[in-house]
Design a protein. Sequence first.
Length: 351
Amino acid sequence: MSVGSMLSFNTNDGYLDGIVRGYRSGILTAADYANLIQCDTLDDLKLHLQSTDYGDFLANEPSPLATTTIHDKCTEKLVKEFMHLRDQAVEPLGKFLDYMTYGYMIDNILLLITGTLHERDITELVEKCHPLGMFESMPTLTVAKTASELYNSVIVDTPLAPFFQDCLSEEDFSEMEIEIIRNTLYKAYLEDFHRFCVEELGGTTAEVMGEVLEFEADRRTITITQNSFETELSKDDRAKLYPSFGKLFPEGTRSIGQTSTVAELRKIMDSYGEFSEIFTDMDEELKKLENAFDMHSIKLNRLSFEQCFHYGVFYSYVKLKEQEIRNIVWIAECIAQDQKSKINNFVPIWP
């Protein structure tokens, strides 16, 4: 990065960069987790969290605490921190932070469609939506019966409109159709986010975010493939869901697209260093594979903070914090259900 670029970064984004790096220093340490897993009750957990950056965020919550309350309050704190950054950001950082919210918008849309398909109450569904993916016309999503209706009535006026071009269909929603829409949207979203980071932002942001997003693209390719085994999804239709970038693209994705079993998938992964390590000693349990992916993602997001003058730290902070919230909720669930033997089965953020 040139001296001019560094000065420009500090002028426009230096203050927020300092804030997010300060947030990062408040992520729970290995010592904090060692204390959390010793807790016997959720009130003990609450007491220890008060001594961390979480502070008294549960102070107004009556006993007995519910694990859902802990999750919601942790998420609420993260959202407040993110919105503080977004409200003060100037372009192009503002656009970068907006891109980060599009994934949550996709998840919210599919949550509402799936819930409606199962005749769930719309108010209950909206309450389960992620705060970072909310938009005004969300409740009206439930009237749509096909992807085309969904696009024309709601999505056309949102930032997700360009991602929907390959999803338009007159067929009624079904479980399979919804999953295809989800993966098609994520493919378009990741490709566009990657293009924005590499082609429009460039510099260190392109280097850091390029690697992070390439891993996410490859992760989706592998997960989509494994989930499609023994389903009605054809190999040709499956291949259309693969992102068109990443370390596996194009040779790896082409080979993966022809696999039919986990053994065949693992054999191809042996040719790709980081994925070969992930698949080492793996069985066919998707949960274990997801944990291995999470650990590698955490590693990449930790490394993001080793470089300066780039936007990747904003993305990485949110991802690390989300993993921390999952860890806290896992520990809380083990305490609440008296399953202390499983309490260490979370994904550590620090080695």
